[in-house]
Ligand binder design. Structure first.
Ligand code: PMP
Length: 437
């Protein structure tokens, strides 16, 4: 495949695609653990695409299900209508979800799932006559997609800076992550649950009667794999319960096996009121998101006139037949291959391999949980993110695709990875860290 010189003449690149023109990185094929690059190289996928291809690439079962569905029925309206797969999928998803969560609402991405969940939280309180609860609480360094809701509750200031006031009344929990203190913690940090008490500060500041919901990722992924200290999420749950505040887990990355269980909620033994998912729900093959809700929330919405749910929201492609077909096939693969158990079993080997990099130059922290890990590097003076970017480029050239976010390298391979591939991934990363020191 030849790459034309004016490749990006008309394409508007994403923020992070700087230097794309200088060094095109095009992927043209994918199978199991590997991408094929435009210049014909096999590239080990160290981040499951963007944390989504949990069962590995090019799964025949998924492509066959999607092909079958597109020839049978390519599309069906999602309003006043349904199709059998959407109902079957909903019951399969609920079966997988923590006890007490028994409804799903379909959308098309993580960002849409977040906006949907935030709207559900606001509507829930208002329908119950608690319309003063309009405030949403996110967390510093939280990432919840790029919709207006998601960037408002998200904790990345640069993602908000050009877009005015966004949602009003949003506030953020402090999430002090200090590599010096957490450095090289194995798995979950033992200490720091009291960080959750910052929610009490916000309750005192704003009054609980103004707060609708708190949204956090069980493990903050895109901002660098921040593992919650032991007990942190339970403490958040307790504080929310005490003050009638809904707790939303953004499981877009954690969901579908990444933590070694179906959801982060299972791993950390905390059941939220609402859960947002996407990515792994279809193994990345077809865009889809889903919001999971407790029965109490669903029941609150069912107070409208007969057959009219009191929650005015939905997308043209909610429960798209192709997405449902892909999701059902994906859930079959997860179950048949016991991929969540596989993730749990592999996580120790994977974590040890990550921690073996601790003495390399500029490494200041290593974090892991389940099948996700991060290596944090000290930023090069005056050039933030440059070091991680160079490591990313070097590793890609050496045949391993990783993800960098700030000066942090994130690793989250498909759950089908084997030990030899884990060794190879970390050997290439180690070499790239040394080469860019
Ligand atoms: N929430 C979380 C936790 C995410 O990691 C992401 C994507 N990385 C999103 C929401 C947004 O998902 P999408 O890009 O599908 O809109």
């Amino acid at each position: 495949i030849t790459v034309p010189n004016d490749l990006d003449a008309h394409w508007m690149p994403f923020t992070a695609n700087r230097q794309f023109k200088a060094a095109p990185r095009l992927l043209v094929g994918a199978k199991d653990m590997y991408y094929t690059s435009h210049d014909g190289r096999q590239v080990l996928d160290g981040c499951a695409g963007l944390w989504c291809v949990n069962a590995g690439h090019g799964r025949d079962k998924i492509s066959e299900a999607v092909a079958r569905q597109i020839s049978e029925m390519d599309y069906s309206p999602s309003f006043q209508m349904g199709h059998p797969l959407s109902f079957e999928l909903a019951s399969r998803l609920v079966e997988l979800a923590p006890d007490g969560i028994d409804h799903v609402f379909y959308c098309n991405s993580g960002s849409e799932a977040v906006d949907t969940a935030l709207k559900m939280a606001l509507a829930y309180h208002r329908i119950r006559g608690e319309g003063s609860r309009t405030r949403l609480i996110g967390r510093e360094r939280g990432y919840h997609g790029v919709g207006f809701g998601g960037i408002s509750v998200g904790g990345i200031v640069s993602n908000r800076k050009h877009f005015g006031t966004l949602l009003s009344g949003v506030d953020h929990l402090r999430h002090t992550h200090d590599p010096a203190r957490n450095a090289f913690s194995w798995g979950q940090p033992e200490h720091g649950a009291e960080l959750a008490d910052d929610l009490e500060r916000l309750v005192a500041l704003h009054d609980a009667s103004t707060i609708a919901a708190v949204i956090v990722e069980p493990i903050a992924g895109s901002t660098g794999v921040l593992i919650p200290p032991k007990g942190y999420l339970k403490r958040l749950r307790e504080i929310c319960d005490r003050h009638g505040i809904l707790l939303i887990f953004d499981e877009v990355i954690c969901g579908f096996g990444r933590t070694g269980k179906a959801f982060g909620a299972d791993s950390f033994e905390v059941t939220p009121d609402l859960m947002t998912t996407a990515k792994g729900i279809t193994n990345g093959a077809v865009p889809m998101g889903a919001v999971f809700a407790k029965k109490e929330i669903y029941d609150t919405f069912m107070t409208g006139p007969e057959h009219l749910i009191e929650f005015f929201h939905g997308y043209t492609y909610s429960g798209h037949p192709l997405a449902c077909a892909a999701a059902l096939a994906t859930l079959d693969i997860y179950a048949e291959e016991k991929l969540f158990d596989r993730a749990a079993n592999l996580s120790e080997y994977f974590g040890k391999a990550a921690h073996a990099l601790r003495d390399l130059p500029n490494v200041i922290d290593i974090r892991n949980y389940g099948m996700v890990a991060a290596v944090e590097l000290s930023p090069r003076a005056g050039e933030p993110t440059k070091r991680a970017y160079e490591i990313f480029v070097r590793a890609y050239e050496q045949g391993v695709l990783l993800r960098f976010t700030g000066d942090i390298i994130a690793i989250s391979p498909p759950l089908i990875i084997d030990e030899a591939q884990i060794d190879h991934l970390y050997a290439v990363l180690a070499e790239a860290i040394k080469a860019t020191a």
